[in-house]
Design a protein around this ligand. Structure first.
Ligand SMILES: Nc1ncnc2c1ncn2[C@@H]1O[C@H](COP(=O)(O)OP(=O)(O)OP(=O)(O)O)[C@@H](O)[C@H]1O
Ligand SMILES: [Mg+2]
Length: 304
């Protein structure tokens, strides 16, 4: 059985009197893209640093790729894009990546082709010989992503990989993350762009004040949807639709189906059409990750 990419139990970090991470329990399976979410100051970057062995836990522990936290050999199998990135301004992109490739223990014979592969992957193939000091913020972030993907690491940890990117760049990063997963990497994705997380991740954990407040598959966390259909021409006799549960008219031209399995929506549409109705729109009505996030982390206003 393959060990999980990440497993932590009661992971805690205090800096003096500031508790950065209270108690973290998460499990990321090998090969999955896992969303690690939470408001500013929730402890996400602290958790990432603990996973990488860049700082030591105050209590609790865990394993990464089946080895204890801080294991140096394991560090070479993890690609990491830090939240605050700054590269040696006097080096070219190829030189920076060469440095990372050597530190990551890539074979000398493999280095050149790997550097060219990741440069092309992040769309910097034409800029490899330019000094990174002259790169825009978004280009620097792309280069950091390239460095994190060198050598197909078993685990890729991305701390806000799209914070500096334009919408096209974000779309590129989604494709790059899917590509890394297809090549066998597990990805821990820390992002405030919840739409992005929703599109990429099967499972997420939301942390608040150093603790996990929700974790699991997105389909479970976001719950069953109330599917809404805009329908005209439906006869009064709707006996044929009884099998789809209680359908309600919302009074504004929409038919609302509660608790209907998404798989059955096409059958419902076909049944409506069979009765002579016309379906103009279908809204899956799923609760967004953003709604869930806000419900979980919004601090109630203090009552004066
Ligand atoms: N080196 C440090 N020394 C003192 N306090 C720290 C240190 N690093 C983090 N903290 C504190 O720990 C808490 C969690 O910080 P962390 O950077 O992990 O948050 P985060 O979830 O990554 O937030 P963001 O979304 O803003 O990146 C904050 O209160 C922060 O001030
Ligand atoms: Mg952070």
């Amino acid at each position: 059985m393959t060990s999980p990419a990440i497993e932590t139990a009661g992971l805690r970090k205090a800096y003096g009197r500031t508790v950065a991470l209270e108690s973290l329990d998460i499990r990321v399976e090998s090969g999955e893209v896992f969303g690690f979410l939470g408001p500013n100051g929730a402890g996400k970057t602290t958790a990432v640093k603990l996973l990488l062995g860049l700082t030591r836990p105050s209590a609790g522990g865990g394993s990464v790729l089946g080895r204890p936290l801080g294991d140096l050999e394991t560090r070479r199998r993890i690609g990491y894009l830090p939240e605050l990135f700054r590269y040696q301004a006097w080096l070219t992109a190829r030189e920076v990546l060469g440095l990372h490739a050597r530190l990551g223990g890539l074979d000398s014979g493999q280095r050149h082709s790997e550097i060219e592969r990741v440069l092309a992957l992040v769309g910097l193939e034409g800029r490899g010989d330019d000094r990174t000091g002259g790169f825009s913020k978004g280009m620097q972030q792309r280069m950091g992503l390239a460095a994190a993907l060198l050598g197909d690491p078993s685990l890729v940890i991305l701390d806000e990989p799209t914070s500096a990117l334009d919408p096209v760049g974000r779309e590129d990063v989604r494709a790059i993350i899917r590509h890394a997963q297809a090549r066998g990497s597990a990805v821990l994705l820390n992002s405030h762009l919840l739409g992005e997380v929703e599109r990429l991740c099967d499972r997420v954990a939301i942390v608040n004040r150093g603790r996990v407040v929700a974790a699991g598959a997105l389909t479970d966390l976001l719950g069953q949807a109330a599917v809404r259909l805009r329908v005209t021409g439906l006869p009064d006799d709707r006996a044929a639709l009884v099998a789809f549960g209680g359908l309600e008219d919302d009074g504004e031209g929409w038919l609302v189906a509660r608790g209907l399995d998404e798989e059955r929506v096409p059958d419902l549409v076909a049944a409506i059409v069979g009765l002579g109705g016309r379906v103009h729109a279908v809204d899956p009505g799923r609760r967004s990750l953003e709604d869930l996030f806000l419900d979980l982390v919004r601090v109630p206003e203090a009552v004066a």
